[in-house]
Design a protein. Structure first.
Length: 83
């Protein structure tokens, strides 16, 4: 099964990325995921179910420990391409 995760962390700071946002992005970029897209107002990544769920666990723990007061996320099952 493949999953797509979309997430944001708060509080926002439009002048400089807060520590919790940087940490969350690093977790996703360092995870064994593909189709990673990070941006100032939202981030997405795709991968196998185990890899996405492991990354989400780490993302939540590390972002909250780094000062996030809210983490909004959505996880969707996506169809795999038929080859």
């Amino acid at each position: 099964m493949r999953l797509r995760v979309e997430f944001t962390t708060e509080p926002f700071d439009l002048d400089e990325a807060p520590t919790h946002a940087v940490v969350a992005r690093e977790v996703i970029q360092d995870a064994e995921l593909d189709a990673v897209d990070v941006g100032p107002f939202g981030n997405t990544a795709e991968g196998g179910a185990d890899e996405v769920l492991t990354a989400v666990d780490s993302l939540l723990r590390q972002a909250l420990a780094s000062g996030a007061t809210r983490v909004s996320l959505q996880v969707n099952v996506i169809e795999e391409e038929i080859r």
